[in-house]
Design a protein around this ligand. Structure first.
Ligand code: OGA
Ligand code: MN
Length: 292
């Protein structure tokens, strides 16, 4: 079998089948997945019951893995391998985390439109999210295509953002959610990453509107004006009809490209177990060579 694709939305996102992700990936399949990612930006594989090790093996085929904020914050973790990101409401002891726990703060931060690790340089290329346990209601994940967002900007805005840069700051979402007890030294440990607002996607060569909740400041602009402008641009990028809504089934693996899409989780009952496992490819020259 070889990769088969079926569109899931009028703009982007496709369901992918024909490859068993538990098995070592052939070079042909790797190239086919990269080509599909460049076109569709989000790929949904259903019925792939991956173990943690199988997910790591599959992911590593695409380039070096990213550990995101774990590079800076060390916390007790449930999953042993630091390259596995625990997207769950389960604490280090395996119990559903307390409603007001730091673990759930991360869950709520994931419910804001974002691109994984855009506050770091290098940033994330692909994220691969595997559903282990889904809750009985809610907890969808939504996606939007930033290339389409750029294509549908009016001329004036396109001209205005041409040379603008935005600062993406890791603690911004936390501060927004009321977790603001960070010292200046802690803030300095994780300085913002700066990216062009009008960026170019390496794989497809298409221009894109690189916004998201981590973008908290346009370089050189007054803060209030830049926050409002970034919010307007984010609103443009996340119009309802341009959003693909993923309803999870256990055993799904969803791959998205953080350089061409935004995503957010949706509300679920935080007292009910929801377990997903993420691996993330670092946007390194090596990964880009492998994707070429
Ligand atoms: C992520 C993320 C959203 C969700 O895994 O990076 O933002 O629905 N997840 O859990
Ligand atoms: Mn995320």
């Amino acid at each position: 079998m070889s990769l088969h694709l079926k569109p899931l939305h009028k703009i982007f996102a496709a369901q992918a089948s024909g490859i068993d992700l538990t098995q070592p990936l052939s070079d042909t399949d790797l190239k086919a997945i990269n080509a599909a990612m460049n076109e569709h930006a989000v790929l949904v594989f259903r019925g792939q019951p991956l173990t943690a090790q199988q997910q790591l093996n599959f992911s590593k085929s695409f380039g070096p893995l990213d550990i995101g904020l774990k590079r800076v914050f060390k916390r007790p973790e449930r999953l042993e391998d630091e390259r596995l990101i625990d997207i769950s409401n389960v604490d280090a002891q395996g119990q559903v985390a307390k409603r007001d726990s730091p673990k759930n703060l991360s869950n709520f931060a994931n419910q804001l439109w974002h691109s994984d690790s855009s506050f770091m340089n290098p940033r994330a290329a692909y994220s691969m999210l595997h559903c282990v346990i889904k809750p009985s209601w809610g907890g969808n994940t939504e996606f939007t295509d930033l290339r389409h967002a750029y294509d549908t900007l009016d001329e004036r805005t396109r001209e205005e953002i041409k040379d603008l840069k935005a600062e993406h700051f890791a603690l911004h979402t936390r501060i927004l959610l009321g977790d603001n007890a960070y010292t200046d030294d802690q803030k300095k440990e994780i300085p913002p990453a700066v990216w062009p607002l009008a960026d170019t996607h390496p794989g497809s060569g298409r221009k894109l509107l690189y916004v998201g909740v981590h973008a908290h400041q346009i370089t050189g602009w007054p803060t209030a004006e830049s926050r409002m402008y970034l919010q307007d641009l984010l609103e443009h990028a996340t119009q309802r009809e341009n959003v693909y809504v993923h309803e999870w089934q256990e055993g799904d693996l969803v791959i998205w490209d953080n350089r061409s899409t935004l995503h957010r989780g949706r509300r679920f009952d935080i007292a009910e177990r929801r377990e997903l496992r993420r691996t993330t490819i670092n946007d390194s020259p090596e990964a880009n060579l492998m994707a070429a």
